[in-house]
Structure formats: C-alpha cells, structure tokens
Design a protein around this ligand. Structure first.
Ligand code: F6P
Length: 485
C-alpha cells in the first residue's frame, strides 16, 4: 500500500522547534518512519491558476513531505471562515460562536476540490489516502469525483458533538453526506462515533449495521482509534531535559516552591478562563498555598484573525493580571503567563518540573498534553494530573483526578487535593496511566488505522497488531521524495 497522508498543517523534522497543535507534532515521528507521503499546506497562498501547485516536495524520513500553496482567493474563507468559525465551534459544542457566510462555505469546498486535484499526482497503483481532520470533510468525495477508486480514510481529531449541535453548521447535511465517500471514518472516542452515527440514522435516515453505513457511495465504517503518544521516548526526553537552560532556570526560580503547569493553544475550547478562576479561588480559600504554589500557564497564540480568539486573548490576559494583582507580593508572582511556544524536549522538562498538570478543556478530542504530562513524570516522585472529564484522554487516563471544568469550586478543591496527595497514591495513579499509555502508542494508532483502512476494501475484518511490532504496510525506501519532483 502506498500511503498518502493529508492534513492542513504539516510539520518538518526539527523536534526541538515549537509546533502549533497536537496533530502535526503527533504525526511527524510516525509519518517519518512509515514511508508515507505527507501532503499539506505550505502556510503560504498563491494567486491565480497554478499549473504546479506544490511549492516544495522534500524527503521526510523514509517518505516525503509535499507542501501546497493554497489559493489566495479562498484561503481566508476556508481556514478562518468555514473551518474555524463554523466547524470548529460546532464540533466543540459552541454553536453560539458560529460566524460564517455562504462565501466561506464555497471557499471551503474550493480548497477541498483544489487539494483533491493536487493529490491526483500521488494516485499511483496501490495508493491509499488518509485524510486528517475537519479541514477536509469533503476531500474524499472530491477524490471519488475525480475517479479515485482506492481506499480513502478519514480521522477526526476533534470531538463529534451531541445530537443537534452540528446542525448549527450551514450545509451540514451536504457535508456529512460527502463524508460517506470515505471507506473508514475514525474517531477519538466511542461517544464521538455514536454521535456521528446518530446523525446518520436520524438526519440522513440511512441504515447502520455494526457501525457500517450504507449510502450511495457504498460502505463506510465508523470506528474508534484513540490517538496516543510515544510514552517511552517522551519519558526519556523529559529525564534528559532537566539540564536544558530553560528548564534549569525555571527550577532555580522556584526556590523550593511547588508548580502547577498548563500548556494550551489559546482557544476557547481549552477552558482557560475557568482554570485561572479556579486558581484564584484556591488561593482565596486555601491561603496557606499562597507563596507555596504557583501556576505556569503557557498559552500559544492561535487563529488571532478570528474575533472570538482576539477577544479571548484579551480576556485571559486581563484575568491573569487581576489574579496576580490580587494575590501577588513584591517577591512572588502567582501566575507566570507566556504566549510563546516551546519545542517538545523543553516542554517535557517543564512538565517534569511541575507537581501538578492542569488539563481542563471544556471539550477536547483527545488532548495529548495530558498524556505527555504523565509520560514526563519522574517514576519515583510523580506529579498529579488534574484532567477534565470532557477531554477524550479521560477515557484512558481515568486514574487522573477528573474534574468538571465548569465547576470552579470543585476544580479549586481538586488542585489543592493534588498538591497534598501522598507519594504512594501518586505512584499508583501514575503507574496505571503509564501502562495505558504504553499499550496504546502513537505507532499502534497509526498501524491500526492503516490496517483497518486496508481491510475496508478487501472486506477482511481488521486484525489488531501487537504493540511494538513493525508497521504492517510495505515501507518505502528513503529518497521517495525524488520520485515526485
Ligand atoms: O484538535 C485538532 C487540531 O488539528 C489540533 O491538532 C490542533 O491543535 C488544531 O486542531 C489545529 O490548529 P491550527 O488551526 O493551528 O492548525
């Protein structure tokens, strides 16, 4: 199988550079090893008709990375418009934030069609396409229109919302019908898959048997593949990172004080206002924690051209400054608030330094920060994860301290509990979570999806591979990039 992976954002091979978003960072090491071609946006746009849309094709591990300049006339309507001001809010149960025009929808469809035309270059014998995320819901249908008959799969990294919410998206019916051109649709959790199938049954009135939908496109299987991380590798890099200058400076600056850490894109789905309010409440209700625990909140700026994000940036900055003003001292700052990104290696060291990891989104597909925080801990003296029950990760990391991110008092109490948890309990919780992380690695996620995609068209049931076994598809040899120039 010649695998072609498609996502809006792609990543290059520099592990120590800051990367925006979980998807690109998570895919990089596995795509590199698999020999797949990874196709995505170059981050630049181009005017007019493009005879050769690929700006760059370069080697990536055993495969290649191919980047496209997207059409300038449609980029805004596609990315800031339909993808992030209609689909993103609806998928995260915030239909109240939908702000979209018909032009945005047309641009979204144009970019999906443009990507499909560009992908034909890779439609060689035995090709299989694996489309990532909500930017390309209609890409499978566009590829079929162009005559592609091989396997096409799709994985949704975000949640799929509860009944009724997706109906806030204009053209939802047309789009979800288009999604049925995929042979396989992967979700992070069973709830996401069931919500999607609920829509297919009630709105499209299609029959679903054993999670397979039959439509005019043929059969589409909906299945659950919770995305993982390489826990061992992350643990090793956390142990090494303690000597990194940023990490050592942080440790020295703490003067024996304890630390809680939050690392998020600055997005309304991440629940930052509620989290900071919970710390405010905690310092008010438990004054002995003043000067003895502080919060390091890293919040990388994201999608700033969208009004809801601009507003959130100023709301969070204002709240942080109020809380620091209320509880701070001449020699103590309760919240260190940073808007810059860090590479994975430094982040691993920062996570290991913190006694509490706070991952409290209002709604999240998986949230890999939760998994990385656990993997980064010192097994002899691990920190405690405080995790929203509305993050996909809560299904696997159920020995974290689970919280309702809407309950500020409850979160304040739980963070205080985390800070006083005895070592034996911390180790027990950490070990259970590490076992889960090891048994569901990112390599396993990738291999399971590809295996299931292959089986969709051959009709064979998906066979699970054992953790740690090599990828079950033939690997390309290094240098495949050259063949596509
Ligand atoms: O949650 C899905 C996801 O693809 C994340 O991996 C990533 O954080 C985000 O959405 C995409 O963000 P951006 O708009 O910065 O590419």
């Amino acid at each position: 199988m010649n695998l072609v992976v498609i996502s809006n954002r792609v990543a290059r091979g520099a592990a120590n550079e800051p990367m925006t978003g979980g998807l690109a960072a998570a895919l990089l090491p596995v795509v590199e090893k698999s020999g797949a071609i990874w196709v995505g946006s170059s981050g630049r746009v181009r005017d007019g008709f493009q005879k050769e849309p690929f700006a760059e094709i370069e080697a990536l591990g055993a495969g290649a990375l191919a980047m496209l300049d997207l059409p300038a006339a449609h980029y805004g309507g596609y990315y800031e418009g339909f993808a992030n001001s209609a689909l993103w809010p609806a998928l995260h149960s915030r239909s109240d934030l939908i702000r979209v025009t018909h032009g945005d929808y047309l641009s979204y469809r144009e970019v999906n069609a443009f990507m499909a035309r560009a992908l034909l270059r890779f439609n060689k014998q035995d090709a299989a396409f694996w489309v990532q995320d909500y930017h390309f819901l209609a890409l499978g249908a566009e590829l079929r229109e162009l005559g592609v008959t091989g396997p096409i799969g799709f994985f949704l990294h975000t949640p799929w919302p509860a009944h009724g919410l997706i109906e806030g998206v204009p053209h939802h019916r047309e789009l979800i019908e288009a999604m049925l051109a995929y042979d396989l649709i992967g979700f992070q959790t069973e709830a996401d898959r069931d919500n999607f199938l609920g829509y297919v049954k009630s709105n499209l009135e299609l029959a679903v048997h054993d999670d397979v939908v039959i439509s005019h496109h043929g059969k589409t299987r909906a299945a659950v593949f919770p995305i993982g991380i390489d826990a061992e590798k992350f643990a090793q890099s956390a142990a090494k990172a303690v000597t990194h200058p940023d990490v050592s400076r942080l440790r020295r600056s703490l003067n024996g004080e304890r630390l809680a850490i939050g690392v998020d894109r600055l997005d309304y789905s991440k629940g930052l206002i509620n989290r900071i309010s919970a710390f405010d409440r905690m310092w008010t209700e438990h004054p002995h924690l003043l000067r003895s625990v502080s919060l390091l909140q890293i919040a990388t700026l994201s999608r700033g051209a969208i009004e809801a994000y601009g507003q959130l940036q100023s709301d969070v900055a204002k709240l942080v400054s109020e809380v620091n003003g209320r509880h701070g001292e001449v020699d103590w700052t309760p919240i260190r608030y940073l808007n810059k990104g860090f590479g994975q290696a430094v982040l691993a060291g920062l996570y290991r330094t913190a006694q509490v990891g706070v991952v409290t989104p209002l709604h999240d597909g998986m949230n890999l920060v939760a998994k990385e925080y656990v993997a980064a801990q010192n097994p002899a003296d691990p920190g405690v994860l405080v995790l929203s029950k509305f993050a996909g990760a809560a299904n696997e990391l159920d020995t974290a301290l689970l919280v309702n991110p809407h309950d500020i008092d409850g979160m304040a109490r739980t963070i205080a509990t985390a800070l006083s948890m005895p070592l034996t309990e911390r180790r027990m919780r950490y070990e259970t979570m590490m076992q889960r992380l090891r048994s569901r690695s990112i390599q396993q996620w990738f291999a399971d999806f590809v295996e299931a995609l292959r089986d969709c068209q051959t009709g064979r049931p998906a066979a699970r591979t054992l953790a740690g076994t090599p990828a079950p598809w033939p690997l390309r040899s290094a240098g495949s990039a050259a063949r596509y120039h």
